[in-house]
Ligand binder design. Sequence first.
Ligand SMILES: [Zn+2]
Length: 391
Amino acid sequence: MKSIRYKAATVRWSCSVARCDQPRMCRVRLLLLCLCVLVAMTLTLALSLANQHPEEFDLPPKPPDLIKDKLNHQPGKPTVAQVKRLISQVNWERLWYFQLRPILIQRQPGSRGSRAVRKHIFSQLDSLSAGWSVEVDSFISETPRGPVSFSNILAVLDPMAPRRLLLACHYDSKLIPSDASEPQKVFVGASDSAVPCAMMLELVTALDAHLKKHKQLMSRVTLQLVFFDGGEAFEQWSPTDSLYGSRHLAEYMSSIPHPPGSEQTTLLNAVDLLVLLDLIGAADPMFVNHFDNTARWFDRLIAAEKRLHTLGLLSSHPKEQRYFIKDMNMGPVEDDHLPFLQRGVPVLHLIATPFPSFLHTMEDTADKIHRHTVENLTKILVVFLAEYLRL
Ligand SMILES: [Zn+2]
């Protein structure tokens, strides 16, 4: 049947050509030529598609290489005018009265003071225009005083960003009983670590407009704030009686696939760098670099301090390099960075060296806080964040 129909068609076609005049013949040849070109193009396209690698069509795009990307990350280079504009946003009165004061209370894990400080941090973040995703990582852990409820506060600017810069401190205060002779005097841990918490709030407030834009641009590195609970030991510092919040969070983040659905990497791999602030507030602190793998980021802090000094933008700062001192080996200090460090997260540990003389005493109060030091350090960190996040 097939061959008969073909033959009939051929015959009809021949007849038609035979009876045509000259212009009609040209049109037919043209049509034939077009048909040939069309067939040739279709064949070429089919062949080129067949030569492509099948995975380019069958699999989703390759996930970002988190490890390589964080190692290759380059900071931005803000101009003098940009630096001046950025640090002009730092407001001491706001830091002192609105961000620090409400934290200067007793705030042991699970206490009423702890809840009040959490509420304060939520309301501060909620008042910003950048749009922070805030969540509480709550859990109960056994302590020498029995089971206690802990709550880390996590605030992420863009939870969907591939990578994160973590800025952290602990917000709990150490459990230190009041003296019987002065029962009204309680331990408020101004430098340990109320001031670092207030500095973090001031940093994101000063940078609010820039962070809002940064989020809208869907940048690859975002900012995450972590306010750890349970940094302090209830009794004697030990691996089980200390760092309750950071131990829990590091474990939790190492169990969350990131990007979502990934089988190779977790939220912990997404952390470019953990910057931990602790024991800040006393006059003339010194910070040393504790880890070689983050030395280039410590160098950015040194450079920011020198640059702001040269521009005359720091107060009570007689020499260009006063706070950040490199290549002075003071040995590691156990703190909330430890559970992250042990899992391979790069760390910048900004803890005053040596510790303030009033550490873990009732004297760690607001009157020991040196305004210019806190203001200068906040300005240096504004520059650091602006460079790292390329704001
Ligand atoms: Zn402490």
